[in-house]
Design a protein around this ligand. Sequence first.
Ligand code: TTP
Ligand code: MG
Length: 390
Amino acid sequence: MSVALCRDCLDLLGADVGRCPRCGSSRLVSHSELETLTIAHIDCDAFYAAVEMRDDPTLRGKPLIVGHPGGRGVVTTACYIARKYGPRSAMPMFKALELCPDAVVIPPNMAKYKEVSRQIRALFLSATPVIEPVSLDEAYLDLSEDVRLDSRPAAYSLARIARQVEQEIGITVSVGLSYNKFLAKMASDLEKPRGFSVIGQAEAKGFLASLPVRKINGVGEATAKRMAENGITTIGQLQPLSEMQLISHYGKFGRRLALYAQGEDDRKVESHRTAKSVSAETTFKTDIRSADQLQEAIQPLCERVAFRLKRSDIAGGTLVLKLKTADFKVLTRNHCLANPTQRAEVLFRNAVPLIDKEADGRAFRLIGVGVSDLCPSTRADPPDLFDSLA
Ligand code: TTP
Ligand code: MG
C-alpha cells in the first residue's frame, strides 16, 4: 500500500488520495516504500541560471544562458526555457545562440553561487549531519533512522528542505530518494525541474532494465560505444552478465557495473569525503603516436579537470599524466607544480614536456590528465607579474 506525503503542507497521508485533504495540493509523492527509504540525492535546477533569475526578476520567463559571451565562450548552464531550443551546458556559445537567438546571456558570478551553495548546505545540515556534497549544486544525504535529526520518515525532511530552499533561498531543487546513492542520483534526474522521485527496492531492477546504459554514472561515450559493439544498449542487457564477464569486457569498472545493473551500490554517503585526485581521460578511436596529436587530445581534458576543480572549490599541487600503450601498459608521470592550480592552461603547459618525453614513437590508445595533492582553492594560482600589471 502506498503512503503519501504532501510536498506543499508536508502532511503525511495514509494513502495517495489524489489531492491533499489538508491543503488541496496535488503535489503528492507516494510510494509503498516511502517510509523506509533513506538515501537521497538533491540537485538544484539550472543552478546558476536560477540564482540569476532570483536576483533579477526581469529575467524571469526569458530564455537565459549563463556563460561567457563571445567567440570562444561556452554555456555553463541554460535555464529550462532556453533548453527547449537546444542549448546545453558545455555547448559553444555561438552554437547556443544559433539555436536560441533571443537568449539573454550573462556571465557567471561564482562568488554568488558559492554563497547560495553554502546556504543550501546549511539547510541540508538541519536534516542530517551525513551529507556528501558532490558539487556546488548537488549532494547526497544519508537520512537513516540512526543519523537523521527528525524522527519522521526521510521523505518528510526532504520535502521540507525542498520547500525551504524555494521559500528562503528562492531557487528550486529536485530530490531523488532511494536505498543507495546510484539510484538516488538517478531518481533526482527523473522529474526535473522541481521533482521528487522515489525508486524502491521492489521496482529498481525492472525500472533499470529499459534504460540506456548511458544513464549509468560513469558510462561515458567511449564505454557506451564499446558496449554497443557488443550489442548492449540497455541496462537490462547488462543484468544477466556476471561480474567476471563485465570486468573482462570493461575493466575495473565492471565491478561497479555488475552492482549497478542489479540496482545495488555499496558506496556510503561520506560526509568527509576527501577526494585524492581529479582527472579526466579519453580513449582514442585509433592509436596515436605523435606528440602534437597527444597534446591536442589533452586540451579538452585540462578544461574538464579545471572545471571540476573550480566546481569543488579545490586545486591540485601535482600534475599527473597517464598514458596507455596500444598493448595496454599504463604509464603515469607526476610533476610537482610551482603552485597549486585550478587553471586549464597551467595544467596544459606543464603536461606538454611530460608528453614530449614519452612520445618516442610508441602507439598510445588512451591519454589522461589529472591532479593530486588537492588543497583549498585559496592557495591556488597566486597572481603573477602579468596579472598584477594587467
Ligand atoms: P548541473 O547540476 O549539471 O546543471 P544545472 O543545475 O544547471 O541543471 P539541472 O537542472 O539539469 O541540474 O550543474 C550545476 C552547475 O554547474 C550549473 O548550473 C552550471 C555549472 N556547470 C558548468 O559550469 N559546466 C558544465 O558543463 C555543467 C554540466 C555544469
Ligand atoms: Mg543541477
